[in-house]
Design a protein around this ligand. Structure first.
Ligand SMILES: [Zn+2]
Ligand SMILES: [Zn+2]
Length: 389
């Protein structure tokens, strides 16, 4: 089959690779019908996240049609149109039973690669380094889905492919971010980042009762999306002296009730602090640039909630004293998509949530390297590049 392979830092190629096979009786094989880029892919494409091997198939947000099932699969059958959350869950362990699917104890086949870095083992992710399990990714004609009954979610006829596709990752991650943020009716929620996850967190914050949502980014077309599709107020951080000050001004001096970081270690910023972070990252002394997170901590009202959805490694100059003295509640998680699928399907079917606008650009799989280049450099207003094998 054809698949998009990582061959080195900034070297992606579409190649012919071996077709996936059922290796465990709980597996299914999916014919991928749509797959999309994610900002977190850039971490290993750019060489900041270790654990890739030449020829690895990448991609972790996808949907498709079931082609074949293992003999122990009972709920999923050939021909089903399904969407699959990006973390692999077993459905049986303590974490899965407590809806903490991204922390599943049974789906990481190589814990020895991860424990030294994170001090724990997470669930495996498709197409996202050997540190996260080494599963083959979704930018391919076919993919093996382990524990098919737990990980494949049937999509109703009412949903288009683009609506279903983003229920794989961007929508549940954003929705979970709003869910973790203790939003009460009337609250003001600030969200750093207007990429797929940020926009979904903004839309979800309204669904959970926020009265005002303030979106922060620097790209005019993304800020426009936040206004037009979400109804958020926006701040272009390159146009203001201080984002926390601006937020205080917009909230009568108090600050937002909840602040969500949907940026992570790719954070771009302005000023001296940014130059310092960038220089250190360049020298690989630490991998993270934390401007968005620091701003969120500064801006949040006393006693408010800070939710971290952005992906981080190690960060220094972390203002823990500010968190403690302000009495902030800090929440953070990788996505536990399986826990939110039922609610998300209902929201999309009722027209309350529509992630399809994230699909700004569509490419045949053969042109995936071009799609990633466009996505990475945010050319032509690209929010997500979608690949159709
Ligand atoms: Zn993702
Ligand atoms: Zn589990």
């Amino acid at each position: 089959m054809r698949a998009l392979c990582w061959n080195g830092v900034n070297d992606l190629r579409v190649e012919t690779v071996k077709d996936p096979e059922i290796v465990n009786p709980h597996d299914c094989i999916l014919r991928v019908t749509m797959s999309t880029t994610c900002g977190s892919d850039l971490h290993f494409i750019d060489g900041y996240l270790p654990g890739m091997k030449e020829g690895d198939v990448i991609g972790h947000e996808f949907m498709g049609v079931v082609e074949d099932v293992g003999r122990e699969v009972s709920k999923v059958k050939k021909g089903d149109r399904v969407v699959v959350p990006s973390f692999v869950t077993c459905g049986q362990c303590w974490y899965c039973k407590h809806d903490l699917h991204s922390l599943c104890d049974n789906t990481h086949p190589k814990p020895e690669l991860q424990e030294p870095l994170l001090g724990c083992t997470t669930a495996g992710i498709y197409g996202y380094t050997h540190v996260f399990g080494g599963y083959a990714g979704s930018h391919a004609e076919y993919i093996r889905v382990p524990f098919a009954d737990q990980n494949c979610f049937q999509v109703s006829e009412a949903l288009t492919d683009e609506q279903a596709l983003f229920l794989s990752d961007a929508a549940p991650t954003g929705y979970m971010g709003a869910d973790l943020s203790n939003i009460r009716p009337g609250d003001t929620v600030a969200v750093w980042g207007c990429g797929g996850v940020g926009l979904m967190a903004q839309q979800s914050a309204f669904l959970m009762g926020a009265e005002r949502v303030i979106a922060i980014d620097r790209f005019p077309e993304r800020l426009q999306m936040a206004r037009q599709h979400v109804g958020a107020e926006t701040i272009d951080y390159t146009a203001v002296a201080s984002v926390p000050e601006m937020l205080r001004e917009m909230t009568g001096g108090r600050g937002p009730d909840a602040c969500i970081d949907a940026v992570g270690m790719e954070a771009h910023g302005t000023g001296l602090q940014y130059a310092y972070d960038r220089a250190k990252q360049f020298m690989y002394m630490h991998s993270d640039r934390g401007q968005a997170l620091r701003e969120a901590i500064q801006a949040c009202r006393k006693g408010g909630t800070l939710t971290v959805l952005g992906v981080y490694g190690i960060m220094d100059k972390f203002p823990l004293g500010m968190i403690m003295n302000k009495g902030l509640t800090v929440r953070a998680s990788q996505q536990n998509g399986q826990a939110y699928m039922k609610r998300l399907f209902a929201h999309v079917e009722k027209g309350e949530l529509d992630p399809s606008f994230l699909a700004t650009h569509r490419f045949p799989l053969e042109e995936a390297p071009r799609g990633y280049a466009m996505f990475k450099h945010k050319q032509d207003g690209c929010v997500r590049a979608v690949f159709v094998p």
